[in-house]
Write a protein that binds this ligand. Structure first.
Ligand code: GAR
Length: 209
């Protein structure tokens, strides 16, 4: 099973979904650690309660962004991580860190990329008046929310929605989507090559079908 470390900053509901999926021995990834940049992240308590080793690596304990990411990289080495899953990790990672983990690091974003990169996706979706919204799991590349797309799930935007109701509907779609995407990666059914995503078929890997 692929040794997977989840990076969080807060609630950790996507992390919890991955931990739950990986509690099935047939799931191809195991969650071997959780790292947070925030000592008070709720997800740290959830992970610890489930017996998953956790570490806090705070930006304020490091002189530079590069040093912070180096400390995270060292922790990943300590966990012998094969895969890094960003799950509500609210910090941009340095290019050298991203390049080192290229093809082995994925992120979940609460919008149908390439629409609504960045923050406040649900607020902006409502303002734009779109009728279909959703979430995306993608490979992490140095540009924010820009990497090749592995999987997406769509949800309707309903009359009367506010940010909270829309966020809740999207979040419900995020959890199974992330479980599916990590499974595909851990089984080598999806890979990133030359900045593009490739999916396994009966005939080998095909580019972005
Ligand atoms: C999720 O909606 C995730 O997609 C989003 O933060 C939330 C974290 O919730 N991620 C981003 O906005 C990344 N920029 P969780 O901690 O309960 O998984």
């Amino acid at each position: 099973r692929k040794r997977t470390v989840v990076l969080i900053s807060g609630r950790g509901s996507n992390m919890t979904a991955l931990i739950e999926a990986a509690s099935d021995p047939d799931y191809p990834a195991e969650i071997v650690g959780v790292i947070s940049d925030k000592a008070d992240a709720h997800g740290l308590r959830v992970a610890a309660a489930r017996g998953i080793p956790t570490q806090t690596i705070a930006r304020s304990d490091h002189a530079s962004k590069a040093d912070h990411d180096k400390a995270i990289d060292a922790a990943l080495a300590g966990f012998k991580a094969d895969i890094v899953a960003l799950a509500g990790y609210m910090r941009l990672l340095t290019t050298s860190f991203v390049e080192k983990w290229s093809g082995r690091m994925i992120n979940i974003h609460p919008a149908l990329l390439p629409a609504f990169k960045g923050l406040d996706t649900h607020k902006r979706a409502l303002e734009a008046g779109i009728k279909v919204h959703g979430c995306t799991v993608h490979f992490v590349t140095p540009e924010m929310d820009d990497g090749p797309i592995i999987a997406q799930a769509a949800v309707p935007v309903l009359v009367g929605d506010d940010e909270a109701t829309l966020a809740a509907r999207v979040l419900k779609a995020e959890h199974p989507l992330y479980v599916l995407a990590l499974k595909l990666l851990a089984e080598n059914k999806v890979t990133m090559a030359g900045g593009k995503v490739c999916f396994a078929t009966g005939n080998g890997l095909v580019e972005n079908p």
